[in-house]
Design a binder for this molecule. Structure first.
Ligand code: SF4
Length: 273
């Protein structure tokens, strides 16, 4: 294996797919994807910022897909590609930000590209109905709700929201050939007022932990709880794979430390679960 060449290629790919959002600490911005997040990762992001990605992962593939789609739609008269928006969150001193993949100004449509598995695409297809309770809206619906609020405020007109779903599991050679490979799925979102109210409440909650040198952390993320695998506790998927600040999270560090040696029952008692 030519490891020098491999590393050179990895570096080039990581350079071209670096996170385009705000990475530095102390930024008073709430992004569309953070609107429905737990408070703890948002506080950690404010305190520590985001580091550079060192390895090629699933999200790298998603970013590469976005680059290709940018080329596909750039220059077409109907489309606005990779549009960034920012607006104040009430009088909190913070801003709401969003980076919209594609706007079709002819159809007044906001489109977010996602590379997903069949199961998730099937779930998203159910998102064309409004939810009865605020807590039932999915992360994607809040995210698209932010885009809608930002774009409607900027352009003074109404937009419909869509996810353009690319299925990463389909293949010509698969027996199960009736899976969807690409679909534009309409997404119903919370109202603009509900989105703004949620943003204000998130910021007020974050402020409790970042003002006055308060070093406390909000209670652990609701999905830290783990499952047992081969008799040993499996690390929580979200902390391990999707949290950019797990190395700063005391809950996760405590968990990781005890997991090294403890049996499942020891660990449960040490963590007080
Ligand atoms: S490491 Fe886990 S518990 Fe800690 S902030 Fe991240 S997701 Fe939440």
């Amino acid at each position: 294996m030519n490891s020098k060449l491999e590393q050179k290629m990895k570096d080039a790919i990581l350079d071209s797919t670096t996170y385009s959002g705000v990475k530095f600490s102390k930024s008073k911005t709430l992004s569309a994807s953070g609107l429905n997040d737990d408070i703890l990762p948002l506080v950690l992001k404010y305190r520590h910022g985001l580091g550079s990605q060192k390895v090629i992962e699933q999200n790298t593939l998603g970013t590469l897909l976005h680059s290709g789609l940018e080329n596909a739609f750039n220059g077409h008269k109907d489309y606005g590609v990779e549009k960034s928006f920012k607006m104040p969150i009430g009088d909190t001193g913070w801003s709401l930000t969003g980076h919209v993949d594609l706007i079709d100004f002819d159809s007044n449509a906001i489109i977010d590209h996602k590379m997903l598995k069949t199961k998730k695409i099937n779930e998203i297809m159910m998102m064309s109905q409004p939810k009865k309770k605020l807590e039932d809206w999915d992360d994607y619906q809040w995210q698209l709700g932010v885009y809608k609020l930002l774009a409607e405020t900027k352009y003074g007109k109404t937009f419909e929201s869509y996810i353009s779903a690319f299925n990463k599991e389909t293949s010509y050679f698969k027996k199960d050939a009736d899976e969807v490979s690409f679909r534009l799925i309409p997404i119903v979102t919370p109202t603009n007022e509900e989105v703004m109210a949620k943003a204000i409440s998130q910021v007020n909650e974050i402020k409790k932990y970042i003002d006055d040198n308060n070093d406390n952390e909000p209670s652990q993320c609701s999905n830290l709880f783990f499952s047992l695998k081969y008799g040993k506790p499996a690390r929580p998927m979200r902390c391990r794979k999707f949290c950019d600040n797990s190395n700063h999270c005391t809950y996760y560090q405590k968990f990781a430390y005890h997991r090294k040696k403890a049996s499942a029952s020891d660990l449960l008692s040490k963590l007080g679960i």
